[in-house]
Design a protein around this ligand. Structure first.
Ligand SMILES: NC(=O)c1ccc[n+]([C@@H]2O[C@H](COP(=O)([O-])OP(=O)(O)OC[C@H]3O[C@@H](n4cnc5c(N)ncnc54)[C@H](OP(=O)(O)O)[C@@H]3O)[C@@H](O)[C@H]2O)c1
Length: 280
């Protein structure tokens, strides 16, 4: 049954840029009142102006979602300002492209805090309100959660972690008889600023980036169908069964593909862990 977004109160995290901005505008176009949040006030203001053209009661808050201790207070403010909540879209995220052993300790901490701990903590802070409204939680994951992408071990761990959290949350809520729906949307490479952010190794992807609008459509579709996990493009859903059917072969194939791709791009293979790194 179609999920009617008309008049629904939706919080979109990471709405100052990329997919979050597209989600905020796309869901406002469908009649929802949007709460937007991210750190950059100026970018939020620009997106809010577009959103308010469709839903004038929408609001924006500048917040660092990586500050876990502040999330309960932020959640309370959202509920106060919007008068409750019907949908939480956990979209905010940060990349980190490094060979697995080259991540600094602070990078591991940042990625796990922003991409894993924060959406879990925010979801739990807002869960009583979503339970009361019969609401939904959407997690924007990544195909990285399922596909062992090269040089994204910590990012992939965070996205796999949030996927596992969503699955078990869905089970626990069903056991409790809660009406809250939980959905994970796993995009492939997107045409957004994320993977151009500084302090990441260059990508080896040869995929054509997807328009964020395709993910907006997938989120709306997940709300309509109630699907637990949605891959975009949809053919990605055929890969995890192949991977689990022959994990050793799949991982060997991923390593061989990566080696060939680096060669074709004229880029060096990573130094072995015993050879050290130039990174500070
Ligand atoms: N781009 C891709 O290829 C791709 C592929 C699969 C999945 N994804 C996922 O899609 C989601 C959106 O990413 P995107 O591609 O749209 O990238 P983006 O344009 O860089 O957007 C990331 C958003 O997250 C916000 N954010 C980051 N750290 C934050 C923090 N500590 N507190 C509050 N907000 C924070 C950023 O806002 P501020 O900087 O203003 O705080 C920004 O609005 C992410 O979860 C990402 O992992 C992206």
């Amino acid at each position: 049954m179609a999920f009617d977004l008309q008049g629904k109160r939706v919080l979109v995290t990471g709405a100052s840029s990329g997919l979050g901005a597209a989600l905020a505008v796309g869901l406002a176009e469908r009649g929802a009142t949007i709460g937007l949040c991210a750190r950059r006030q100026g970018h939020l203001d620009e997106v809010l102006a577009q959103v308010q053209a469709h839903s004038p009661d929408s609001r924006a808050w500048a917040v660092d979602l990586g500050a876990i201790d502040g999330l309960d207070e932020f959640a309370a403010r959202v509920l106060d300002d919007l008068g409750g909540l019907d949908v939480l879209v956990n979209n905010a995220g940060m990349p980190k492209r490094r060979w697995a052993w080259e991540h600094r300790a602070d990078e591991i901490d940042d990625v796990l805090r922003v991409d894993l701990h924060s959406p879990i903590a925010l979801s739990l802070a807002l869960l009583p309100a979503l339970d009361a409204s019969g609401g939904r939680i959407v997690f924007i994951g990544s195909v990285a959660a399922r596909l062992a992408p090269p040089s994204e071990a910590v990012y992939a761990a965070a996205k796999a972690g949030i996927t596992a959290f969503a699955e078990t949350l869905r089970v626990d809520l069903a056991v409790a008889g809660s009406p809250v729906g939980v959905h994970v949307v796993q995009p492939g490479v997107l045409d957004t600023p994320l993977f151009q952010l500084p302090d990441n190794d260059p990508s080896i992807s040869d995929m054509e980036p997807l328009a964020p609008a395709e993910i907006v459509g997938a989120v709306v579709s997940a709300l309509d169908t109630g699907a637990a996990e949605t891959f975009v493009p949809t053919w990605f859903q055929d890969i995890p069964p192949v991977k689990t059917g022959d994990l050793d072969g799949f991982l060997q194939g991923a390593a061989e593909y990566t080696t060939t791709r680096l060669h074709d791009l004229g880029r060096p293979l990573p130094a072995r862990p015993s050879e050290g790194t130039d990174r500070p």
